[in-house]
Design a protein around this ligand. Structure first.
Ligand code: C5P
Length: 233
């Protein structure tokens, strides 16, 4: 299975994003476009980055009734992104609808993964506010199984949960993991973190790295370091 480092382009404007990407004159990184940039700049920013030769993970985390998600995914499928996602909490039916909508007439489609529980949700809040009585690990494992049943390619999870997901859903089921920090760096607001090298050992397929690269004095060097550690190059 392909393994790669995905840079989270958490910028608010096209200018900032393109100026950042202009620094990468060698290897074109796989980039993640999230809600902030997509809502600010619209689909055009996706086309522009794609035109520059980057692969794109469009991280919009869709969660609505199946019919709405199917239609939204059908629109997104025309953007030619490489990966996109939904919330597993939308149910197996919603994930199936997402997959249908995303599949183009010729049968091709971007990779589709599901968010299990956001890494910002603690077990205590999940139980007290969402009234989910199970443990957070059981919830993540069950949501991952639901995503697999719906035909999705994998899940977004903390690197520390990748092992559990692989155990329950098989080695081929993808674990895409944010929460990556270098051994000698600050955690910022992330809690369940690990290094690129450790993420490789645990079984992550793609690591999503934001601030360790975007806020680095030398982003290209930081990206190369991630690749070296994660891909063992
Ligand atoms: O800057 P940092 O490396 O923490 O960025 C991680 C990226 O991954 C951000 O874009 C964040 O929104 C995203 N993410 C996350 N945890 C999740 C899902 C997405 O950190 N569970």
């Amino acid at each position: 299975m392909a393994k790669d480092v995905i840079i989270a382009c958490d910028f608010s404007s096209k200018e900032q994003t393109l100026a950042f990407l202009d620094r990468f004159t060698g290897r074109k990184p796989f980039v993640k476009i999230g809600m902030e940039l997509f809502y600010a700049e619209g689909p055009e920013i996706v086309r522009e980055i794609k035109k520059r030769g980057h692969r794109i993970f469009l991280d919009l985390k869709l969660h609505d009734i199946p019919n709405t998600v199917r239609k939204a995914m059908s629109v997104l499928s025309r953007l030619d992104v490489d990966m996109t996602n939904v919330h597993a909490a939308g149910t197996v039916d919603m994930m199936r609808a997402a997959l249908e909508g995303l599949t183009r007439e010729d049968g091709t489609r971007p990779l589709l993964i599901a968010v299990t529980q956001l890494t910002s949700t603690s077990e205590e809040r999940m139980q007290r506010e969402l009234l989910i009585g199970a443990s957070i690990n059981d919830t993540i494992a069950k949501y991952a199984e639901n995503a697999k049943e719906a035909g999705l390619d994998g899940v977004v999870c903390s690197p520390l949960e990748a092992e559990l997901v692989k155990e329950r859903c098989g080695a081929e089921f993808m674990a895409v993991t944010p929460g990556i920090r270098f051994a000698d760096a600050a955690a910022d607001d992330q809690v369940r973190i690990t290094t690129p090298a450790r993420a490789r050992e645990i079984g992550s397929d793609y690591i999503v790295v934001g601030r360790p690269v975007t806020a680095a004095a030398d982003p290209v060097a930081a990206y190369e370091r991630c690749c070296k550690e994660f891909l063992n190059e």
